[in-house]
Each structure stands twice: as structure tokens, then as C-alpha cells.
Design a protein. Structure first.
Lengths: 359, 364, 308
């Protein structure tokens, strides 16, 4: 007796909604067992992981703040991955975007005008694009695999930031600590309310909507999907995969760069060696959890943000170590991914000897 | 009782529902209940408690507070908090959770601590190794460089090749002042001693530390010291039959034949003192820099060296403890040739130059 | 560079490159079968903690080696179930695996922090190991170093000269045809995934048994990602993988060497060289070959469901 997968004739709409719910339920059960195993109250722990993040306005604001860079980067990556272009270097593009945009307050410390922020954002996008241009060009001109190039460039970008903030760009009044001057007034993203919620989320939503329209309703979106799923057909149709590589790298790189400058101009407030807890890599998970659809990315980003905030709350409230929280996150992701299968496939229990399936 | 019957069933259910939701919410927000009288104190660590190094030692301090004042204090901690955007949220979460005294133990937490402190004026914050204070934000650090001077002297005496290997992570002033103090100590007994410095650009990569140690030994270093947190370098030293010094924790277990002594961070006295001050109302937002005198920097018993070297080191340590010897007190010649003297705490906190005799270059 | 320094550098390069080579070899086989497993870091760190724990508890580093391979393979099991049996997305599943591995290893390793481990000893063949200079390099390494080279040769032979390797590559290049020919794609891929897990576990075990016998959280420090990149660099050829791993290790160690010379080159620049050199080397290799992506297993990353 085995469980077999049978492809559904078309995507199950019911499952598209039900699968995350089933996944959450399964995680609740497994998670409860894990918590019980490490000696923590399972029900309370589950409450804290899933619901506590929603229990105060501050927490909801923080959820959105955490999700913002994930959305910005994730929607760009979702388009790139649809085109089968593997930009793994979003973290590096994020860093360079932050660097380029951060140059404005570092060099023109006293320039305060709405244009300051605009210029910072534009430079941030440009920075991300420039850094993404390298793997794109190397792929087009030399056939160098973009996975390796973009990934290696992440480390280079981080080392560049490290060198700059420890040396030439250091705040002269900063006791020689590795940080630049703090950003102020027009050098910082406008904030709503008393928390950290800022304009960045609007940019993220706009990006998600814009890319969603791009993918669903424009010729470019069609081009992306065709080149991704059937490259030869795409070439017959006259689509250039080289140009597509360039396009999606610039797009995802630019968005990652934007995320970078938004982050340093809001939650971080300066340039320093640590500006990202791995957003560029988490966004890869977010892109796939969102099923490579920009709107799905928004949902997935929020979901992942909940898991991070819930894990942190669990550390504080119950003393559950961050390692256990990471295990829980991994298990949650596993369940979500497993249940996603149900959208495209039906599970069938087959009795008896397997038919000629290839042994 | 009469009032009860006047309520409709709906009212009762509604209030019961609201009540249970509120209870659940408050239960989660306030954390484990029944601790209303105890002072809630919290610690934020940049690394894992399991690093057996910097964060581990801070946590040992916290544990000491629990042991000494457990009936009056309830402690929590959050570990592995990166210094970027997440830090502010973690600190604010602790403040919202009812903690009234919060220790943020890495310099990268400086600005996030201040931002949260502004929002919570009735919560006391203590930031380690920083320089910004506020009415409710104190700063503290430890004079690690005092210990470095002592071990520098030992190294200067013990080296036969005249070259000492120094493994470091990132060029921050605290690390630089450590290198300088070490060098000054070594030069005081061995004026021509050389130090080879390798920056591994990581706080937690034992493999890289081992690599650096092997390269340094190959280049002629016969004593190793480090300002990184793992025991890897000492293990290499042990394997190669040379001597070295530990960092943050007593690493004797890992290299009993190689470790001469270690620079151990002991935060327990400071933490207990500050918690007591918060309890009795005498807490003030000051800058505290404890050193060997206050037993914040401890050197485990010196071994693997001849008795006269041990005696010399103990004499130097005693002098530093007594205040008669200040590592940065005398005339110091910088790498660029200029001379400074009697450095104050501000100059030490922001130190970003080398003393003469060091060949490395710092980012400017 | 004088002789003792050169010897130290060469020996250190070997140590630094071996864990990368071990993990990357496993991932190479996995990817040759068409499966992209981004969970290498997670499997490596699980191997590190398992190897350390078993060696500490039994006193035998050899049992530790076995344990590390088993742990890596075990962690690969949920990955296999999800991606091969349930055709979940491989990229996301691999990333989730990394999270799981990092968290689980941290949990398991909590009680082992601050404890010195059991070191895997280097070989000491009387006579051979004593030959000045060449002796320690060729005959004075620990057993995992020799194993890594032997496995590289073995994998190369199996993949390109054996029937099993042919089936492996067929499954990776064209799973539909392989299936039509009667080969069980799922079973071949399972074997490849488990092998990849075991090798990643071995790479991690090397860290905690031979490299730096201790356990601290996340001690792999990103080596799993480097291993992944090296597989791509190698164009899925084991011989090139050895070159890539040793090139990366060499540039890293030489960076330290230059720092030790005290000439004042910024450490960040030296630290970035391994990455830049790897990119440059890849560009050179790729340009000479002319056609882009000619060697990528064509079905890499694509799920396979046998249709009836």
C-alpha cells in the first residue's frame, strides 16, 4: 500500500485556500509536541508564536516593518525566478543600495530637503541595479552561472560596507565606532504614528501591485513566463533571453537596493556593518512561499514576519530558546510546502503491487 | 447577587468573552504571572549564550544576579539579536514586557537602546561598551586592556622568537586598545618584540581562528593571543607545543598545557551592584568602567611559565589593581611618531591608532 | 616565504579546503541527479554537532565520523520526502532545511558548549611522514583529507564511467526519458539526496573532529553556502570541484598570510579575494567553453512525478 500523487486536471481552488490552513494546523500539532518535548507549555507557546504578534498595535506595526524589506525584495525575486533567472545575491544588492543611497547623508550631512530623501531612494535603486548588473552581464557575455556570481558578490558587498564604515565613512564624532553619522529629518523615511511604521510599506505595496499587473496583464509579464517555462518557444517567438536576464536582474536588483536604502533610512538610521538580518536570503523563501506571485509574496512575507516575531516573543515570555524557534520555523515551512502539493496533486492510496511505474 | 440576575445572558457572555480575551492578552503580554513584586531585569545578547565567550560571560553575570538576588529579581534574556533593525524591536519588547532594568550588551545596540529609552522613561537601560547616555541610560564597560597589559608582559618575557601572534576579529576601539596595551606590556620587558596581527572578520568562526593561528605560527610566532571568542587558537597552540592566552572565558580545559592565563570578563559584581541600586532607588545613569580592581577583569591562575615570570605578572597585576600602574598612564609613542601621555577614558574608548612597533595599519 | 611558513600555509590550506570539498562533492552528486538541495549548511552543521557529540561520548573520533555522516543523511530525509515524494519546491524546501538544521543542531549542542572534543589524529606513517616538507603534506594528514580526495576520484569515476553514473546523469538531464526507459527516477534521486546529506554531514564532522575539536553554535559559519557555490563553479565536474575548493581555501589562507606580513593591506580587501577570484576563475572557464550552461543538469530543480 502506497501513497501516490495524481496530478489534478487543474489547480484546485479549494486547496489554494485550504492548504495554508491545513499546514498551520499540522504545525500546531507538531509544534505542540516539540514544545512539550522541551518542557514548555505547548498551548501557551503556540498562542505566542501565532497570535501574540497580533495582540498589540505596536506588534502589528513591527510585523509590517519586518515584512517591508521582505516584500520589496521578494516581489522582485518572484519575477526573476519566474523567468528562471536565479538571482541569489539580493542580500548584496540590498547592501550596495543602502551604501549608494546612504552616501547622500554621509557626504551632504546638512542638506535637508524633500529632495534629499528622493535622491537617496533613487540612488538606492541605482546601487542595487549596478550590483545586479555584474552577474547579469557576466552571464550574458561569458556564460558565467549567475547563482555563483550573485552569491559571491554578497560577501564582497558586505566587506565593502564593513571597510567603508570602519574607515573613510566613519562618523568623526563617533568615538571611532564603526558607524556613519546618524540620518536625520529629511534623510529618514517619514513615519506614521509613534512606532517604526514608515513610508516603506507603501513603497512595498506599490511594488507588489505594480509587479502583479506586470506579470498578469502586460506583454512583458507574458514574456517572463514564457521564457521561464518554455525557453525555446520563447526564442521562436522572438523573445531574447539575454535581454530578459538583464531585465529581471535590474528589476530585482533595483528593488533589493530600494529595500536597502529604505531600511537604513528608517529602522537603522545610519550605515553600520550590520544592516540586514539576512533579508536577501529570507526573501528567497518568501518568494517561493508566495508561489512566485507578487501578491502571494505579500502574504508570505507577513507570515514569515509573524514567525520571527512570534519566536522572539517566545524567547521573552517563555524562555524558549531562539534555536527552538528556528526549528519551529523550519517545521512550519515544511508543512506549508508539503500542503502546497495538494493544490496541484491529489493523494491517492494505492493498494497492492505497483503498476509498471518503473522500478 | 441581585445584580447578576439583572444581566441578560448576552451581556454575561459578552463580558466573559471580553474578559477571557483580555486575560489571554494580558497573560501573554505580561509573561509568567505572580511576579508582580519582583523587579524584572532583562539582558540582550548579540551572540548565542552557547559561544563560551563574550555573550556566555554576560549570561554568567545574569545567572549570578539570580543566585544572589533571586527572591527580589526575575531575569530574562534574549540571545542572538543581530545589531541591525531587529535590535530595537527586541529591546522594546522587553520594555513592554514589564522589564524595568535592561542590559544591552553590545556596542551596536547603542542607538536602538537610546531610541527605546526615549519611549520608556520609567525603564532603566544599561548599554555596554558605548558612549551615549541619557537620563535613563547608563553605560558600562570593563577595562580589558588592563588584563592585556599583564599578559603582554608575560608574552614579552616568554617569547624566544620575538614574535607574538595576535588574532582579532574587527577593528573596533576596544580591540585596538587591547592590542596597544598588550604591546606596551610586552615592550616594557622586551623593547624589540614584534606583534603579527590577523583580522579574521568574524566573532564566531573557530575554523578561521585556527587558520590564522597556524599561519601565525608558520610565520614565526611562538606565543598566541586573541580577541576572538573561540578556543580554536589555543587548541592549535596546544597541538604545536606553544603557549597562548585565552579570551572571555577560562579556556584551560581546552589547552591545559598551552594556556598561560586568560582574560576573563566577570560581569557578576557589576550586575549585582546595579540591580541592587535599581532595587533601592540609588540607580543613576552614569558611565562605569570597572577593571581589575573591581574584579571585572580576572586573570585565572598563571601557569606553564617559570616562577619568576609568574611573580612578575602577579606584581604587575597587583599594581594595576592598586592603581599605581596605569597601562595608558605614561608617555606613549604612537605609530606615526607623535607622543601622547596619560590618556583619559575618552581617548581609550575611541582609540584608533597603534603604538610604535606595530606594523599593521588601521582603517582611517 | 621561508620553508616553515610555506609548509604551514600549505597544511592550513588543506584543512581549510577539505570540509568544502566533502560537502560540495555530495551536493554535486545530488545536483547531477537533478535535485537542488540548498540545505547543505543545515546538514553540515548537524553533522558537526552529531560527530562531536558521539566522539565525546564514546571517545572515538571514528565513530564520530560515522555519526556525522548519518546525521547529515538523516536531516536530508524530510527534504527527500518533501521534494521527491511530494514534489514540493526544492529551493524553498532546501532553505527550510537549513533553518531546521541550524536550530536543531543548536538545541542538541547546548550541553556540549565549552567542552573540549576528541581530535581526529593525523596519520603518522613511520618514515614517510618524516620526509622533510613533503612528508607532512602528503603523508601526515588526517584520514578525512585522504577520504575527500579518494571520494573525489571515486565520484568522478562512478559518475562518468559506470552504468550507475550514466543512470544518475540520465535522471538529471532528462528524467522523462529515464523514466520511459524504466529507471526509477525517484529512487535514484533518493540515493543521490542521501549521499549528498551524508557528505555534507561529513564535511561538518570534519570541522568539529579534526579542524577545531569543539562545538559552538553555527560553527560552520556559512561554509555550506560556499560549497553550493563551488558546485556551480565546478560545472558539476568533480575534478574541477577539487580545484575550486582548494583555490578558495588557498586564497583565504594567503589572505591571512599577507595580513601577518604586516604590510597594511586592508583585511576586508584580503577577505573579499576568495570570492572575487572564484568569480574571475568561473568567468575564465566559462568563456573558454563558449556555450553557456552546457553542463547544467537539464532537469536541475524540476520536480518529477511519474505519470501513468
Amino acid at each position: 500500500m502506497r501513497i501516490e500523487l495524481e496530478k489534478r486536471p487543474e489547480r484546485s481552488k479549494v486547496m489554494a485556500w485550504a492548504s495554508p490552513i491545513i499546514a498551520v494546523l499540522a504545525t500546531v500539532v507538531t509544534g505542540g509536541l516539540i514544545f512539550a518535548a522541551i518542557g514548555k507549555p505547548p498551548l501557551q507557546a503556540l498562542w505566542i508564536f501565532f497570535l501574540e504578534p497580533f495582540s498589540s498595535l505596536w506588534s502589528i506595526e513591527e510585523l509590517v516593518v519586518k515584512a517591508t524589506p521582505l516584500i520589496l525584495i521578494g516581489v522582485g525575486l518572484s519575477v526573476a525566478y519566474r523567468a528562471n533567472v536565479w538571482n541569489i545575491g539580493a542580500e548584496g544588492q540590498f547592501t550596495i543600495g543602502a551604501l549608494m543611497g546612504g552616501m547622500v547623508p554621509v557626504f551632504f550631512n546638512t542638506w535637508q530637503s524633500p529632495l534629499t530623501l528622493v535622491l537617496m531612494l533613487v540612488l538606492g535603486i541605482l546601487g542595487g541595479m549596478i550590483w545586479a548588473l555584474i552577474p547579469a552581464l557576466l552571464k550574458i557575455k561569458a556564460g558565467a552561472n549567475e547563482i555563483l556570481v550573485s552569491l559571491m558578490l554578497v560577501y564582497v558587498a558586505q566587506l565593502l560596507l564593513d571597510w567603508l564604515v570602519r574607515g573613510p565613512w566613519r562618523d568623526p564624532k563617533g568615538y571611532n565606532f564603526p558607524k556613519t553619522v546618524g540620518f536625520e529629518d529629511w534623510q529618514v523615511m517619514p513615519v506614521f504614528g509613534g512606532g517604526r511604521l514608515n513610508l516603506g510599506i507603501l513603497l512595498a505595496i506599490v511594488a507588489a501591485i505594480a509587479l502583479s499587473i506586470l506579470m498578469r496583464r502586460t506583454m512583458k509579464g507574458f514574456e517572463v513566463r514564457v521564457l521561464g517555462e518554455a525557453p525555446r518557444a520563447g526564442r521562436f517567438a522572438g523573445f531574447s533571453s539575454d535581454r530578459m536576464t538583464l531585465f529581471v536582474f535590474l528589476l530585482s536588483g533595483g528593488l533589493a537596493g530600494l529595500a536597502g536604502i529604505v531600511e537604513v533610512a528608517s529602522t537603522v538610521g545610519q550605515l553600520q556593518p550590520n544592516i540586514s538580518p539576512g533579508y536577501g536570503f529570507t526573501a528567497i523563501i518568501v518568494a517561493f512561499l508566495g508561489r512566485l506571485d507578487p501578491i502571494g509574496v505579500v502574504v508570505a512575507a507577513l507570515m514569515l514576519a509573524v514567525s520571527y516575531l512570534g519566536g522572539e516573543a517566545a524567547q521573552v515570555a517563555l524562555g524558549i530558546s531562539d534555536k527552538a524557534a528556528r526549528v519551529f520555523q523550519g517545521v512550519l515551512l515544511f508543512w506549508v510546502l508539503a500542503c502546497d502539493t495538494l493544490i496541484l496533486y491529489r493523494l491517492r492510496i494505492v493498494r497492492g503491487a505497483p503498476a509498471a511505474e518503473g522500478v | 447577587m441581585k445584580k447578576w440576575s439583572a444581566l441578560t445572558r448576552r451581556d454575561a457572555m459578552a463580558s466573559a468573552l471580553a474578559g477571557s480575551v483580555a486575560l489571554a492578552l494580558s497573560a501573554s503580554l505580561a509573561g509568567p504571572a505572580a511576579a508582580a513584586d519582583k523587579l524584572k531585569a532583562a539582558w540582550v545578547y548579540v551572540g548565542p549564550v552557547g559561544d563560551f565567550g563574550y555573550s556566555y560571560q554576560h549570561d554568567q553575570g545574569r545567572i549570578a544576579v539570580e543566585k544572589a538576588l533571586g527572591d527580589k529579581v526575575q531575569t530574562t534574556f534574549v540571545e542572538n539579536v543581530p545589531e541591525g533593525p531587529d535590535a530595537e524591536r527586541a529591546i522594546e519588547r522587553l520594555a513592554r514586557d514589564g522589564n524595568k532594568l535592561i542590559f544591552t550588551t553590545s556596542f551596536g545596540f547603542m542607538d536602538p537602546t537610546l531610541k527605546v529609552a526615549k519611549k520608556f522613561p520609567d525603564v532603566k537601560f544599561e548599554h555596554a561598551t558605548g558612549y551615549k547616555r541619557a537620563d535613563n541610560v547608563a553605560t558600562f564597560s570593563a577595562r580589558f586592556y588592563e588584563g592585556r597589559y599583564v599578559i603582554g608582559q608575560i608574552a614579552g618575557k616568554m617569547t624566544k622568537s620575538g614574535t607574538i601572534g595576535y588574532i582579532v576579529s574587527f577593528p573596533i576601539p576596544e580591540v585596538v586598545s587591547g592590542i596597544n596595551a598588550f604591546m606596551l606590556g610586552a615592550q616594557s620587558v622586551n623593547p624589540n618584540v614584534k606583534v603579527k596581527i590577523i583580522w579574521v572578520n568574524s566573532w564566531y568562526d573557530p575554523g578561521k581562528e585556527a587558520d590564522a593561528a597556524k599561519v601565525l605560527i608558520g610565520q614565526g610566532a611562538d606565543i598566541l593571543t586573541q580577541h576572538t571568542d573561540s578556543t580554536a587558537a589555543l587548541q592549535v597552540a596546544s597541538e604545536k607545543g606553544i603557549l597562548g592566552f585565552g579570551q572571555s572565558s577560562d579556556m584551560d580545559k581546552f589547552a591545559p598545557k598551552a594556556q598561560i592565563t586568560s582574560i576573563v570578563d566577570d560581569w557578576s559584581h557589576y550586575y549585582i551592584g546595579r540591580v541592587k541600586a535599581a532595587l533601592d532607588g540609588s540607580w543613576k545613569a552614569v558611565d562605569t568602567w570597572d577593571g581589575m580592581k573591581e574584579d571585572a577583569v580576572v586573570l585565572p591562575p598563571i601557569k606553564n611559565v617559570p616562577d619568576d615570570v609568574k611573580a612578575m605578572a602577579e606584581k604587575t597585576a597587583a599594581a594595576i589593581k592598586a592603581g599605581t600602574l596605569k597601562p595608558f598612564g605614561g608617555k606613549i609613542t604612537k605609530q606615526d611618531g607623535s607622543v601622547v601621555e596619560n590618556l583619559d577614558d575618552g581617548a581609550i574608548l575611541s582609540m584608533n591608532w597603534y603604538v610604535k612597533g606595530i606594523d599593521d595599519k588601521l582603517p582611517q | 616565504m621561508d620553508q616553515s611558513a610555506l609548509l604551514a600555509v600549505l597544511l592550513t590550506i588543506v584543512t581549510a579546503s577539505t570540509p568544502l570539498l566533502l560537502a560540495a562533492l555530495g551536493e554535486l552528486v545530488t545536483e547531477r541527479a537533478g535535485v537542488l538541495n540548498l540545505g547543505v549548511e543545515g546538514m553540515m552543521v548537524m553533522g558537526a554537532v552529531a560527530g562531536f557529540a558521539v566522539a565525546l561520548m564514546t571517545g572515538s573520533p571514528y565513530l564520530g565520523i560515522v555519526a556525522s555522516a548519518l546525521a547529515g543523511a538523516l536531516l536530508a530525509v524530510p527534504f527527500g520526502v518533501l521534494t521527491l515524494n511530494l514534489v514540493a519546491n526544492q529551493v524553498a524546501t532546501g532553505l527550510a532545511l537549513t533553518l531546521l538544521g541550524l536550530g536543531l543542531s543548536g538545541l542538541i549542542g547546548e550541553r556540549f558548549v565549552g567542552q573540549p572534543g576528541v581530535r581526529l589524529q593525523k596519520l603518522a606513517i613511520p618514515g614517510l611522514s618524516d620526509i622533510p616538507f613533503v612528508g607532512p603534506i602528503l603523508f601526515g594528514q588526517d584520514v578525512l583529507v585522504y577520504l575527500s580526495i579518494a571520494l573525489a576520484v571515486l565520484v568522478s569515476w562512478v559518475v562518468f564511467r559506470s552504468r550507475a553514473g550514466l543512470i544518475l546523469r540520465a535522471v538529471g538531464d532528462n528524467h522523462a526519458s529515464a523514466h520511459a526507459l524504466g529507471y526509477s527516477v525517484i529512487r535514484v534521486r533518493w540515493a543521490a539526496v542521501l549521499f549528498g546529506g551524508a557528505m555534507a554531514g561529513l564535511g561538518g564532522g570534519y570541522l568539529s573532529l579534526a579542524y577545531t575539536p569543539q562545538w559552538i553554535e553555527n560553527m560552520t559559519a556559512g561554509r555550506g553556502w560556499i560549497a553550493l557555490a563551488l558546485v556551480v563553479f565546478s560545472s558539476w565536474l568533480p575534478s574541477r570541484l577539487v580545484i575550486g575548493a582548494y583555490l578558495f581555501g588557498a586564497v583565504t589562507i594567503l589572505g591571512f598570510f599577507v595580513q601577518g606580513l604586516g604590510v597594511g593591506v586592508p583585511a576586508q580587501l584580503l577577505s573579499s579575494l576568495p570570492y572575487i577570484v572564484t568569480i574571475a576563475a568561473l568567468v575564465v572557464i566559462s568563456t573558454r567553453r563558449g556555450r553557456a550552461r552546457a553542463d547544467t543538469p537539464a532537469c536541475l530543480g524540476q520536480p518529477f512525478v511519474p505519470d501513468r
